[in-house]
Design a protein around this ligand. Structure first.
Ligand code: ZN
Length: 181
């Protein structure tokens, strides 16, 4: 490994470390821990502006509810942050429903659904020839077998059409012959 590529890797690691030390990244890192499993689904930390954390909420009621608790949240969050926040503002502005994507998928075109199996009318159009071919093939095979058996001598024991070679050898068909042994 060249010195240059090592320096590149170190540079990336340094950048990552610095990014993780950013106050807002710390907020994202500890938000769930501080607010808990229920609140996390109704809140989205957006940005830190002049040491004030802006958090989007799923509804005005949640914004109001959390505004009352913001001192507790602030206290717990500041314990984990390198630089303390002065306040948290909750509002519905900037809220993006986390379930927006899956819902779009469900109400989308059937082609986009994971269980979509293709256009049924296409399958119906393709199936009859396949069936016809199978039936034709079977019919031809059955006909051939009939013609063959009609031309064949019958086994004196079981009356089955038998290849002449077998009769010559055992005077019966191979099956009857094997039963005799
Ligand atoms: Zn036989």
């Amino acid at each position: 490994m060249s010195l240059k590529s090592i320096n590149d890797i170190l540079g990336v690691l340094e950048q990552q470390a610095r990014w993780q030390e950013q106050p807002f990244q710390k907020v994202l890192q500890f938000w769930a821990e501080v607010v808990g499993a229920v609140v996390i689904n109704h809140t989205q930390p957006l940005v830190i502006q002049r040491d004030v954390l802006r958090v989007a909420t799923s509804s005005a009621a949640w914004a109001q509810n959390l505004a009352f608790k913001r001192q507790i949240i602030l206290l717990q969050l500041n314990e984990k942050l390198p630089k303390p926040l002065v306040d948290i503002r909750f509002s519905t502005a900037g809220w993006q429903r986390p379930s927006a994507k899956p819902q779009q998928q469900l109400t989308g075109l059937p082609q986009e659904h994971p269980s979509y199996l293709g256009n049924l009318s296409n399958i119906r159009r393709d199936e009859p020839p396949v069936l016809e071919n199978a039936q034709t093939a079977f019919g031809q095979w059955a006909e051939k077998m009939q013609v063959r058996s009609h031309g064949l001598p019958l086994c004196p024991q079981c009356q089955s059409p038998t290849p002449p070679g077998e009769l010559q050898r055992w005077q019966v068909c191979a099956i009857c012959a094997s039963k005799q042994f």
